[in-house]
Design a protein around this ligand. Structure first.
Ligand code: HEC
Length: 175
């Protein structure tokens, strides 16, 4: 087939234009879903989210099957702040739109040992990827036990950050 240079240039121009349209900001900013999910999975691992929010994850050397990830944990964290439980993020994320999640991550101050400053440091791109991944996992599991104020003894297993002999002081302060 013979293509003269004028029709080649016209075709080239149309293709370039189509490519330009395809890469308009809206598209450029929202990465394809599969790539987002993969990046979110990576962030959940290296960001340590599973270490606390997935029951038994650390104990299994990170071998908990992905379908059980981020369902929260009934292992409490006891300290001067009371006892906190890593919530079920699979249920948490279902209840939020992407923009509500980004707003939460930018502003929330959470109790120890949740590293909320890590969420604040993440780019919107990373937060959107975590959102895509956790929504991809879908809602599952049950809510983690409720927070207990200082002075209340946690019923189950817990990690204590209270100095030996300081429990009574923490209790006295809560009254
Ligand atoms: C060292 C343990 C630990 C790590 C690591 C951790 N979290 Fe948490 N997270 C917690 C605890 C405990 C709470 C509950 C804090 C509270 O009660 O105020 C929490 C709360 C949250 C909440 C609020 C949920 C709600 O229902 O209000 C979100 C969202 C969250 N974590 C996301 C993450 C993400 C994403 C990562 C990984 C980047 C992560 N966490 C890493 C322990 C942890």
């Amino acid at each position: 087939m013979i293509v003269n240079s004028r029709s080649f240039m016209a075709c080239f121009g149309a293709c370039a234009c189509a490519l330009l349209l395809a890469s308009l900001p809206a598209r450029a900013k929202v990465p394809p879903l599969a790539a987002s999910v993969a990046h979110g999975r990576y962030l959940a691992i290296i960001g340590g989210c599973n270490d606390c929010h997935t029951a038994g994850y650390a104990e299994s050397g990170g071998r908990t099957p992905e379908k059980k990830w981020l369902e929260g944990s009934a292992v409490g964290w006891l300290g001067p702040w009371g006892t906190t439980y890593p919530p079920n993020l699979r249920l948490f994320m279902q209840a939020k739109s992407l923009s509500q999640w980004i707003e939460f991550a930018r502003t929330a101050r959470l109790r120890p040992p949740m590293p909320y400053w890590s969420l604040r440091t993440m780019t919107v791109h990373d937060l959107a990827a975590l959102y895509a991944f956790i929504r991809f996992l879908g809602p599952d599991g049950k809510p983690a036990p409720a927070y207990l104020p200082p002075g209340e003894s946690p019923p189950g297993t817990y990690v204590s950050r209270v100095k030996a002999g300081a429990t009574r002081v923490a209790r006295a302060h809560s009254k």
